[in-house]
Design a binder for this molecule. Structure first.
Ligand SMILES: Cc1cc2nc3c(=O)[nH]c(=O)nc-3n(C[C@H](O)[C@H](O)[C@H](O)COP(=O)(O)O)c2cc1C
Ligand SMILES: [Fe+2]
Ligand SMILES: [Fe+2]
Length: 395
């Protein structure tokens, strides 16, 4: 893709990656992506973001189509994940006079990525960079969207906001504009998928970020992946607001996922569910993981207010379906009560291993869990009921 004029004095100089199918290990990229970068020209020439290191030469060619490299004064880095900062060190070799405008965290991360000290100017919240000719840029720190380093850059003269990952989409769009999208349905699906993959764990920060930009009369939003937004901007912001606003449940939800080969661990799960169900303020759901739908497990394990995991011990471990379910936990939002229980034959490793995993994920794990040798006795079932009640007592 070559450089492209988007607005008066604003050029797209980023690159397309239509072949990408997996992003950051965890996200699918069905329609590829783009690593967006922008150039603001005028008395001062300002570059916003670099690109993934694999695309450095194409990026340089794009910039040179607009201005010679030695005419660039400032590089703004709104976020420093290597898909955006991967080319910073090489860019500085070609433009040694550049100053990088960024947050304190961004400087720290970029220097650890480049393994060298970098000529950074640390911005203050609301700081203005004078571009001459009555034009300026304003910096708005927006931490944890989605790294601690992130900020927005506002260009009032052109009513344009640069948001890096925020409001982006892994959707390779060669026109770089939302007016050029051919498959709108696919774009909408990817816009929502991107939110889930990147921003869902940071909902409170999304709401804070929206509050910071709500009053800005933006005509164009330039994210770092996918097309720039020029229409329905308010609608796009409203979607982020809707997806991030907590829904207050009428009842506290307790989830009891379990596995059980001979029904012993299941008996414990049933005892826990019975004890909890007598409390009308609780909604309790037991689920046998062997026959469960992965999507439903993920949804319940992340939406519950308390988690009780039941597993027998098979070959000195919990079965893989247990680990698969625990791997679906959104580990950013886990400070909730949890416990583990299970039947075992002779060594009984599953419960302590689940405890270690849940504590590693920062759940508030209750005691050491409950282990029962083979078939639970009436006394064991009573202990299970008491353990379950203990777990929810802090809700
Ligand atoms: C293939 C297999 C391997 C097992 N490995 C272990 C083990 O390593 N340590 C242990 O304590 N129990 C082991 N057990 C015993 C089970 O944990 C025990 O039978 C338990 O009561 C089963 O509970 P469930 O009915 O909830 O599945 C194993 C059982 C099977 C079938
Ligand atoms: Fe990122
Ligand atoms: Fe990104």
């Amino acid at each position: 893709m070559s450089a492209m004029k988007l607005k008066n004095g604003i050029y797209s100089v980023g690159v397309l990656n239509p072949a990408l199918r997996v992003f950051d290990i965890v996200m699918e990229a069905k329609y590829g992506t783009s690593y967006n970068a922008f150039l603001i020209t005028g008395e001062k020439n300002i570059l916003i973001e670099t690109v993934h290191a694999d695309f450095f030469e194409e990026y340089i060619k794009n910039i040179e189509q607009v201005v010679p490299l030695d005419k660039i004064d400032v590089l703004i880095m709104n976020h420093t994940e290597p898909d955006h900062s991967g080319s910073v060190a090489r860019l500085l070799e070609r433009c040694p006079k550049l100053t990088i405008y960024c947050t304190m965290a961004a400087k720290k991360y970029m220097e650890a990525i480049a393994n060298e000290s970098l000529p950074c100017h640390i911005i203050k919240p609301g700081e203005i960079l004078d571009l001459g000719n009555q034009r300026e840029l304003q910096f708005i720190p927006a931490p944890l969207l989605h790294w601690p380093d992130s900020m927005f850059t506002w260009y009032p003269a052109e009513k344009t906001l640069f948001t890096c990952d925020f409001l982006g989409t892994h959707y390779c769009e060669p026109t770089m504009l939302d007016t050029g999208i051919h498959d709108q349905k696919a774009y909408e699906e990817q816009f929502a998928y991107y939110f889930k993959g990147i921003f869902r764990p940071f909902k409170p920060y999304v709401l804070k970020g929206l509050a910071l930009i709500d009053a800005l009369p933006a005509e164009m939003i330039c994210p770092s992946h996918g097309p720039c937004l020029t229409k329905n901007i308010e609608h796009r912001k409203e979607l982020y607001r809707l997806w991030s606003t907590p829904k207050i449940p009428e009842k506290k939800f307790v989830f009891i996922p379990y596995v059980s080969a001979y029904g012993y661990t299941k008996k414990l799960a049933e005892a826990a569910a019975e004890a909890l169900s007598s409390n009308p303020s609780l909604e309790v759901s037991m689920m046998d993981l062997v026959h469960a739908d992965a999507f439903e497990v993920a949804s319940k394990i992340n939406s519950c207010q308390a988690l009780l995991v039941g597993s027998d011990t098979i070959n000195r471990d919990a079965p893989s379906v247990i680990w698969k379910a625990l791997a679906m936990i959104d580990a950013i939002n886990t400070r909730k009560p949890a416990g583990a229980f299970g039947s075992f034959g002779w060594s009984g490793e599953a419960v302590p291993m689940i405890k270690a995993r849940l504590e590693g994920l920062k759940f508030k794990f209750q005691g050491d869990g409950l282990r029962v040798n083979f078939m639970p006795t009436e006394e064991d079932l009573l202990s299970m009921k008491n353990y379950a009640l203990q777990i929810v007592s802090s809700l």
